[in-house]
Design a protein around this ligand. Structure first.
Ligand code: HEM
Length: 421
C-alpha cells in the first residue's frame, strides 16, 4: 500500500488502483486538505464539494478545470486575482475550451450547445444507438466473452458521438486514432497537461463545418455552424470548431469508461445482477449507483478568485482546489455505508459524477441513454455475465488495472464471459 501522506496524487501512477482508500484517508483528516506537492486543496467531503461547485462557485474560476494544479500560474497571486487572470488567461493551457471558460463567455458558448442537444435530437439518436448496439452485440455474442472496453464500449461511445455530430462514417476510425491517449497522463504529467490533444482534430472539424456552412446536412455540426449567440451575433468558425472538437472528445471516452464499470459491477456482484435481470426497468437506478462508485471523471479543479473559506478552511486568493468526485461520492455523512453497491439508496442520484452548477455535464442524458440501451441489450441476450478469472483472478482477489491519469478514471481492460440466452 502506498503512503497516503506523502504520495503525489497528480503524478504517481501507484495511486490509481487505490484512489477510494486514499481519498477516505484524506477525508478522515479533513474534507479540505492542502496536499504537499503542488499546494492544491484536496476537497473530499460532499458538503465541501457542493460549496465549491454550487453555493460559493462565483468565487472560483474554471480556468484550471482540466489541468488542475500542474502547470504553474503565469502570474503571482496578490489579493483578488480577477484582473491578473483576465490578463494572462490566454497563456494558460486548455482555457479556450468550454469546460475551462468563465462567465460571461462560458454562458454564451454553453447556450450554443444546449440549443443543439435537444430532447428530440437525443430521441432520434436513441434509434441509431439501439441499432448500433444490436450490431455490436451481434459481433461478439457467439464468442461467449470479450474484452469489453476495446471490443464494445469504445466503439459504441465513439460511434454515437460521431453520428450525433455528423462525422462521415469513413473518417471515424481515423479520428479515434488521431485523438490518441487522454490528457493528464501521469509520469510526464506536467508536460502532457499543457498539450491539447484536441488541437490535432481542429483542421478536420473545421473542414466539416465549412462544408456545412455552404450546404447544411441536418446534423448537429450543420446546426452548430449556423447557430447564433442570444444577442444575434455569430460565434465564428474558430469558436465552433473548438466546440465541436470538445464535444467529440468529451463524448467519446467517458461513457465507455462508465459502461466498462457497469459490466464489472455485474460480474463482481451476482446478487445485483440477478436483481437487475429480474426487473430491467431498474437499469437507470443501477447506472446512477455505478456512477457514484466508479466516477469516470476523477476530479474537477477550480481557482480561487478571492480569499474565501470552504468547510471552514481558509482558502487564499489564487489557490487551486481539486474537488475529488470519488471523495464526495463516498462521503459517509451523505451516503451511509458508502462502499456498498446499493441501487435502492433513496439518494442514488445525489452523486456529483456529472459535476454540479454552471459547468455540469451537457452530455449526461446522452451518456445515460447509451449505457442504458447497451445494458438492456446485453442483459436480454445473455444469461449470466462473469468476470474472466484467467485475466482478473478469482472473486475476493481480483486484479484490475486503472488508466494512469489523474483526471479520468477507467479500466485498462475488462475481460468478461457470458452464456448466450
Ligand atoms: C459517463 C459519461 C460522462 C461523464 C462522467 C462526464 C462528466 C463530466 C463532468 C464531471 C463535467 C464537468 C467538469 C467541470 O465541472 O469542471 C463534464 C462537462 C462536460 N461534458 Fe461530460 N461527461 C460524460 C459524458 C459526456 C458526453 C457523452 C458528452 C457529449 C455529448 C459530454 C459533454 C460535456 C460537455 C460539453 C461539458 C462541458 C460543460 C461546461 O463546461 O459547461 N459529456 N462532463
Amino acid at each position: 500500500m502506498a503512503d497516503y501522506d506523502t504520495i503525489d496524487f497528480f503524478t504517481d501512477p501507484a495511486i490509481v488502483n487505490d484512489t477510494p482508500a486514499y481519498l477516505a484517508h484524506l477525508r478522515a483528516r479533513c474534507p479540505v486538505l492542502r496536499e504537499p506537492h503542488h499546494g492544491a486543496f484536496m476537497v473530499t467531503g460532499y458538503d465541501a464539494a457542493m460549496e465549491v461547485l454550487g453555493t460559493k462557485s462565483a468565487g472560483f474560476s474554471s480556468a484550471v478545470a482540466v489541468t488542475g494544479p500542474l502547470p504553474p500560474l503565469p502570474f503571482t497571486p496578490d489579493g483578488d486575482i480577477r484582473a491578473a487572470l483576465a490578463e494572462h488567461r490566454g497563456e494558460m493551457p486548455w482555457t479556450d475550451h468550454l469546460a475551462a471558460m468563465d462567465p460571461p463567455e462560458h454562458g454564451a458558448n454553453r447556450a450554443l450547445l444546449t440549443q443543439l442537444l435537444t430532447h428530440s435530437r437525443l430521441k432520434a439518436n436513441e434509434d441509431y444507438v439501439r441499432g448500433l448496439v444490436v450490431r455490436l452485440v451481434d459481433g461478439v455474442i457467439a464468442r461467449k466473452g470479450c474484452e469489453i472496453t476495446r471490443d464494445f464500449a469504445h466503439a459504441l461511445s465513439t460511434l454515437v458521438i460521431a453520428d450525433l455530430l455528423g462525422v462521415p462514417e469513413e473518417d471515424r476510425a481515423g479520428l479515434i486514432e488521431e485523438l490518441g491517449a487522454p490528457p493528464t497522463q501521469m509520469g510526464d504529467a506536467a508536460h502532457k497537461a499543457q498539450s491539447d490533444p484536441l488541437a490535432h482534430l481542429a483542421p478536420r472539424f473545421r473542414a466539416y463545418l465549412e462544408a456545412r456552412l455552404a450546404e447544411p446536412r441536418g446534423d448537429m455540426m450543420s446546426d452548430l455552424v449556423h447557430a447564433t449567440y442570444r444577442d444575434g451575433s455569430r460565434p465564428g468558425l474558430a469558436t465552433v470548431t473548438r466546440l465541436a472538437c470538445f464535444l467529440f472528445g468529451a463524448g467519446q471516452d467517458t461513457s465507455a469508461r462508465l459502461l466498462a464499470f457497469a459490466f464489472r459491477v455485474l460480474g463482481d456482484n451476482r446478487a445485483v445482477q440477478a436483481k437487475l435481470r429480474a426487473d430491467l426497468s431498474r437499469i437507470p437506478d443501477f447506472i446512477e449507483e455505478v456512477l457514484r462508485l466508479e466516477n469516470p471523471v476523477k476530479c474537477l479543479s477550480r481557482l480561487a478568485l478571492e480569499q474565501t473559506a470552504i468547510a471552514g478552511v481558509a482558502i487564499p486568493a489564487g489557490a487551486i482546489l481539486t474537488v475529488n468526485v470519488g471523495g464526495a461520492n463516498r462521503d459517509p455523512a451523505h451516503f451511509p455505508e458508502p462502499d456498498r453497491f446499493d441501487f435502492d439508496r433513496p439518494n442514488v442520484r445525489d452523486h456529483i459524477s456529472f459535476s454540479r452548477g454552471t459547468h455540469a455535464c451537457l452530455g449526461a442524458p446522452l451518456a445515460r441513454m447509451e449505457v442504458r440501451v447497451a445494458l438492456e441489450q446485453f442483459l436480454a441476450r445473455t444469461r449470466d455475465i462473469r468476470i474472466c478469472e484467467a485475466e482478473h483472478g478469482p472473486p475476493g482477489a481480483r486484479r484490475y488495472a486503472y488508466e494512469p491519469t489523474y483526471l479520468l478514471q477507467g479500466l485498462e481492460a475488462l475481460h468478461v464471459e457470458w452464456d448466450p440466452a
